[in-house]
Ligand binder design. Structure first.
Ligand code: 5GP
Ligand code: ZN
Length: 142
């Protein structure tokens, strides 16, 4: 089983070795080979889905349900000062492996190597514009 040429399917099937953190019927979690910070973990569904757009609700449900306990385990193991979650979808957003995955990134202070590069624009939109944007997105929810 597994998607041809998908590196994460090969990891699930043990065709490629990995440092396993957690595994059950639905989910596999393992250390990212390029550790942004110590304990940087990837959580993936055992079913191959490409990205968030293509991930069915039940697959996402099982996947996200595992994230808190893995995060708690990382917190206990290494006592990071915080944890960020990250999920890149599509190449321009930084997705390099096209098997859906959530990064769990333990934080060890501001200069720990992870920089989300987040710039806030508090007054970029009026309240009315925010309403219109929200309605536009809402209209597309299926
Ligand atoms: P993306 O950029 O798609 O969000 O993240 C893909 C991640 O997968 C990268 O952080 C990369 O280091 C990791 N990765 C790619 N190939 C392998 C591999 O063979 N083994 C492991 N453990 N991680 C990998
Ligand atoms: Zn896959």
């Amino acid at each position: 089983m597994g998607h041809d040429d998908c590196i994460f399917c090969k990891i699930i099937n043990k065709e490629i070795p990995s440092a396993k953190v957690y595994e059950d019927e639905h989910v596999y979690a393992f250390l990212d080979i390029s550790q942004v910070t110590k304990g940087h973990t990837l959580v993936i569904p055992k079913v191959h889905t490409k990205d968030i757009y293509n991930t069915p609700d039940d697959v996402a449900g099982e996947l996200f349900a595992r994230v808190p306990k893995i995060a708690r385990a990382i917190k206990k193991a290494y006592e990071p000062s915080g944890i960020n979650l990250l999920n890149n979808n599509e190449k321009p957003a930084g997705q390099a492996v096209f098997h859906y995955h959530i990064h769990i990134l333990p934080r060890y202070g501001k200069e720990d190597g992870f920089d989300p590069g987040w710039t806030t624009h508090d007054d970029a939109y009026t309240a009315e514009e925010l309403q219109r944007i929200a309605e536009n997105i809402h209209a597309h929810v299926k």
